[in-house]
Design a protein around this ligand. Structure first.
Ligand SMILES: Nc1ncnc2c1ncn2[C@@H]1O[C@H](COP(=O)(O)OP(=O)(O)OP(=O)(O)O)[C@@H](O)[C@H]1O
Ligand SMILES: [Mg+2]
Length: 221
């Protein structure tokens, strides 16, 4: 497998889940030749800071800028967890996506309106990689699993079905909660990028990368 990982900030949590980050390091170490780059999202700190900025009357532009900076904080933390398995934190993905022993870590781009999922989708498109989205729930469900205990995990779905489910709330609102954002799905669809949405279970991630039976959602054309 050759993949870009979009690591949901929701997985890192706040306070950060240090034990999970240690397990993630051993996973990345094992599959470092398969991982083109890791783009890290904002999670709870993003939602908290965006909420505060919104209450203070900040524009969407400023809310996004605040959110983007939380992704950088999380990305630095992931770079810290990866140590010598990683190139460390990279502020832009263009110059350093060389396939090799070390994995670059990225946060959000400098442009408001774009998410870390979107940056990760572009990176996958640029490098001809698959897209692996790690999120706090086990994949994509037929409805929000945090609100509906009877929600069912969807094992396979099309980009079109995913787009329909991703229309949660105001579609481009800073801090919208969904495993992959709409703009990213459009990139994945236009280039038919193989997409996998998985939970944070490291054993399951290993299975996916080894080509064994895994659980989560596969997006197909
Ligand atoms: N159909 C759905 N399937 C799965 N999750 C859904 C669905 N609809 C809404 N959600 C919500 O999306 C959340 C996951 O997305 P969220 O944006 O919070 O995390 P993330 O993308 O992993 O991390 P981040 O965006 O912070 O980087 C779930 O916890 C759930 O509340
Ligand atoms: Mg998200």
């Amino acid at each position: 497998m050759k993949a870009v990982i979009s690591l949901g900030g929701s997985v890192i949590g706040f306070p950060p889940d240090v034990e999970w980050l240690k397990r993630f390091r051993s996973f990345v170490k094992e599959f470092r030749r398969d991982i083109v780059g890791i783009v890290v999202g904002g999670g709870q700190i993003a939602r908290t800071y965006i909420g505060a900025a919104r209450e203070l009357g900040a524009s969407k532009f400023l809310q996004d800028r605040v959110g983007i900076n939380t992704t950088l904080l999380n990305a630095w933390l992931v770079a810290s967890a990866l140590g010598d398995v990683s190139h460390g934190f990279a502020s832009t993905f263009y110059p350093i996506t060389v396939e090799g022993e070390k994995v670059p870590v990225f946060g959000g781009t400098e442009y408001p309106g774009l998410t870390t999922d979107f940056a990760a989708a572009l990176l996958a498109e640029m490098t001809g990689s698959d897209f692996v989205n790690i999120t706090r729930v086990g994949g994509i469900y037929d409805k929000n699993p945090d609100k509906h205990p009877d929600a069912k995990l969807i094992r396979r779905m099309s980009y079109a079905e995913l787009l329909r489910l991703a229309q949660v709330g105001d579609k481009r609102e800073p801090g919208t909660s969904f495993p992959i954002d709409i703009a990213a799905i459009h990139i994945l669809r236009r280039s038919n990028i193989r997409t996998y949405v998985v939970g944070k279970d490291i054993k399951n991630l290993r299975k996916l990368f080894r080509g064994e039976e895994w659980t989560g959602t596969e997006i197909t054309p």
